[in-house]
Ligand binder design. Structure first.
Ligand SMILES: [Zn+2]
Length: 247
């Protein structure tokens, strides 16, 4: 029999589904190997040793073994189970959205430790009482920027003029900000200076800082109106969890 080598990863469970009466499949975002799927055998049985650390969102140290098609979870040591965000429907809905967004945007096995750290910090912020819309908008902006989807926020996407404090617009299809003149000419949606300032700030601020902030309601609503369709524009299919976000 071929001996399969086990290896350890720091993991976040970004998706969990049932495989059979006893087994489950988890989609993990790992610090060392990026996204991968693994079978958790017997996880649905009472007193399974794997159950605690394979719940959705859980941060755990996992030991995996290479299986025939999927990896196999052999040991789990839960580190953070994010108890509070499980107890609160609104926080749970926002955490589900960031997990589904990450799952949709990243390919299997392309590790990106800073992206792992961003996801972990966002879950911690949601668990520790941070403002969910602020954390989610910040996550969207940072993950899109990290994966090269923009949006452009400093120059006009048409004429390259620097965007100052005056009138500006935002175009989803063109990938970001437009100066007042180009926004007029192309019929781009207007972008309020406060919303643009908030976007620039959110992409710069570390998630630990974002967790202490709360964007003003009107600004938050404008950002949601801009960023949710911008996110969808870059995805192959709409996110199911998006409809449960509320505000
Ligand atoms: Zn322009």
């Amino acid at each position: 029999m071929r001996r399969v080598r086990a290896y350890r990863v720091s993991s976040l469970v970004i998706r969990h589904r049932n495989l059979s009466e006893a087994d489950g499949i988890v989609t993990l975002y790992t610090r060392e190997r990026g996204k991968l799927s693994a079978v958790a055998k017997g996880v649905r049985r009472a007193r399974s040793k794997l159950a605690g650390g394979t719940q959705l969102f859980c941060h755990a140290q996992m030991q995996l073994a290479a299986g025939r098609s999927l990896e196999i979870v052999t040991q789990v040591q839960p580190l953070e189970v994010f108890y509070h965000l499980r107890e609160d429907m609104r926080r749970y809905a926002h955490a589900s959205y960031v997990a589904e967004l990450l799952d949709s945007l990243v390919h299997d096995e392309s590790p990106d430790p800073p992206l792992f750290d961003l996801m972990l910090a966002t879950l911690r912020g949601l668990d520790n009482g941070g403002d969910p819309p602020t954390l989610v908008r910040g996550f969207e902006l940072k993950v899109l920027a990290r994966l090269g989807y923009g949006p452009e926020m400093t120059h006009c996407v048409i004429c390259s003029a620097a965007i100052g404090a005056g009138k500006a617009g935002f175009s989803i299809a063109q990938g970001g900000t437009m100066c007042g003149r180009c926004a007029n000419a192309h019929g781009a949606a207007p972008l309020a200076p406060a919303a643009l300032r908030a976007m620039r700030e959110m992409v710069e601020l570390p998630p630990e800082e974002l967790a202490k902030r709360r964007i003003a309601k009107a600004v938050g609503e404008e950002l949601e109106r801009i960023l949710r369709p911008f996110v969808d524009y870059h995805l192959a299919r709409p996110l199911r969890s998006a409809e449960f976000l509320g505000s």
